[in-house]
Ligand binder design. Structure first.
Ligand code: C2O
Length: 534
């Protein structure tokens, strides 16, 4: 018997108990039973979304990995002048759109795959009350890697070109920080989609801190905004290199709700903000601003190709180490429809090396690796205490607190101050925000800042940006609240803040859109799974 059978035999795996999220579950998330697929839902588009695939009764086989030549994905802002490539790409998407409506390769059928896996069309096998969900956890990156893999190969097949690749939206480079023009300029192109915030078309610069109705978190524009994004990316890597879950998301096991206690990684947050930035500014935020429709915009696949590339870079920075050696991750299984018209089963463990999927990324400069002038201005540091108008900030306390219109500032004790280099290499200091409920179905975002206190008092300055919690509009699982937590690595941030010797930190949660209840804010030392590299 495998561990899952043992659990079932022990009678522990009932939906109810598992849904309570209290059990120690130990089994990988299994592929959905396609035959039980049912209507999906979205906050903006209702409860009766038809997202099930047309092959719910097909035989499922293990995927045979390709032995084709290595395909090279190129940057979207660079392929625009390659007419031959652009013609192929448009031709392939056009053909996808012209397939019969119920053909699994049809463009809209392909978009429904995302809807089904993200908008609760499937329940987890053995857990009828727990939907399958591939966001908000360690499943996020592998699932989307496979989704792109099959999509790309189907496009290649349609134009009979086994070198075809999707372009990546190089949004982590200066020249890539606008919406790629291959998707925006020609409104008659098959790559065009009208459901977008057209005020964000080039030359508008992407803002990683975007939330609807709000411009940049700190109001930067032009070059300053590009720099702010690069600094944000650099910080995301630096903070999360010591521990994979900070970047990739928390574990999610069979029977566990993605919308329960676990948190997503900071790469997913940045990606969510980009979805928002592309989607329509008014509700429903289709197509990109809602998971159920996002796959209907070709730009989705370029956004995700770069997210995938950033995962690949993260992995290289960590010496190509397996991010989680836990078989509950490695054996998590999904189902897709491949370019040979087979319904196939794939496991996370088989997608960790792009080479095995026979693709790679064109090498482009990585500007956020350079020395950047990311420091905040230190004006307040030089002021005297009396000039600073210091305020008293209380501890969080034991009761949940509301976060809606105004910033919530709390004084948080650290487990240990002035840690040595070796101590820091062993354990990463992590800010933990627990019990976050999103009290609405709409888009939601709050940002987190950390400052060094003046004794027991806080200055007016929120300090340094530490990370963010961003969610697209979504209905709670089975009508329940949307919940989660947030984990941010802060070891390097405290060095930058020169707050190593502080016993406490001033943590500011700045609501940007939506309303939240927060369960608690604390700081912990977590064992690193990787010595610090940057
Ligand atoms: Cu499944 Cu970009 O989302």
């Amino acid at each position: 018997m495998d561990r899952r059978d043992v659990l079932i035999a022990l009678g522990g795996l009932t939906g109810g108990a598992a849904a309570a999220g209290k059990m120690a579950l130990a089994a990988p998330v299994m592929p959905p039973d396609l035959a039980t697929c049912h209507d999906a839902n979205s906050s903006g588009l209702g409860d009766n979304l038809k997202c099930c695939p047309p092959y719910t009764s097909a035989d499922i086989v293990d995927y045979t990995f390709p032995e084709t030549p290595l395909r090279v994905r190129r940057a979207a802002h660079l392929v625009i002048n390659d007419h031959e490539y652009m013609e192929k790409y448009q031709e392939a998407v056009k053909k996808m759109k012209e397939l019969p409506d119920d053909h699994p390769w049809n463009f809209y059928q392909q978009a429904l795959i995302h809807c089904a896996y993200c908008n609760e069309a499937y329940d987890q096998v053995d857990f009828p009350t727990v939907p399958v969900q591939v966001h908000y956890s360690w499943l996020f990156l592998p699932w989307h890697r496979y989704y792109l893999h099959f999509y790309e190969r189907i496009l290649g097949k349609l134009i009979d070109d086994d070198t075809f690749t999707l372009p990546f939206w190089n949004f982590d480079s200066d020249d890539g920080m606008t919406m790629p023009e291959i998707f925006t300029v020609d409104t008659s192109s098959p790559l065009y989609n009208a459901n977008r915030d057209t005020s964000h078309y080039s030359p508008a610069i992407l803002d990683y801190k975007y939330s609807y109705g709000n411009t940049a978190g700190s109001g930067e524009t032009g070059k300053a905004l590009v720099l702010a994004n690069l600094c944000y990316m650099k910080k995301t890597f630096k903070q999360s290199l010591p521990l994979a879950e900070l970047f990739m998301g928390d574990p999610l096991r069979a029977g566990q709700e993605a919308d329960s206690t676990n948190g997503f990684g900071q790469l997913e947050s940045i990606h969510n903000a980009i979805h928002m930035w592309v989607g329509t500014p008014e509700s429903p935020h289709i197509d990109m601003g809602d998971f159920s429709t996002a796959g209907k915009d070709s730009i989705f696949f370029s956004l995700h190709a770069n997210v995938d590339r950033l995962w690949h870079i993260y992995r290289m920075f960590r010496g190509n180490k397996v991010e989680f050696t836990d078989t509950d991750w490695l054996d998590s299984t999904f189902i897709f429809y491949d370019e040979n018209e087979q319904v196939v089963r794939v496991k996370v463990r088989d997608c960790l090396k792009p080479n095995k999927l026979r693709y790679t990324y064109e090498e482009v400069p990585i500007p956020w690796m350079n020395k950047l002038n990311c420091g905040k201005n230190t004006e307040t540091k030089e002021k005297t205490k009396t000039e600073l108008s210091l305020v008293r900030v209380e501890a969080f306390g034991s009761d949940p607190r509301e976060l809606s219109n105004t910033a919530l500032r709390v004084m948080v004790p650290r487990p240990k101050k002035s840690r040595s280099k070796t101590e820091k290499e062993e354990k990463v200091e992590v800010l933990l925000i627990k019990g976050i409920s999103v009290d609405s179905e709409g888009p939601a975002r709050f940002d987190v800042y950390i400052a060094k206190p003046y004794g027991d008092l806080a200055g007016p300055d929120y300090g340094d940006f530490a990370g963010t919690f961003v969610r697209l509009p979504h209905k709670g699982m089975k009508g329940k609240e949307r919940k989660g937590s947030l984990k941010l690595g802060i070891t390097s941030l405290l060095e930058d803040l020169e707050a190593e010797d502080a016993e406490k930190l001033v943590v500011t949660l700045l609501p940007r859109i939506g309303e939240f209840t927060i369960g608690g804010v604390g700081i912990k030392l977590l064992q690193t799974d990787n010595p610090r590299l940057l």
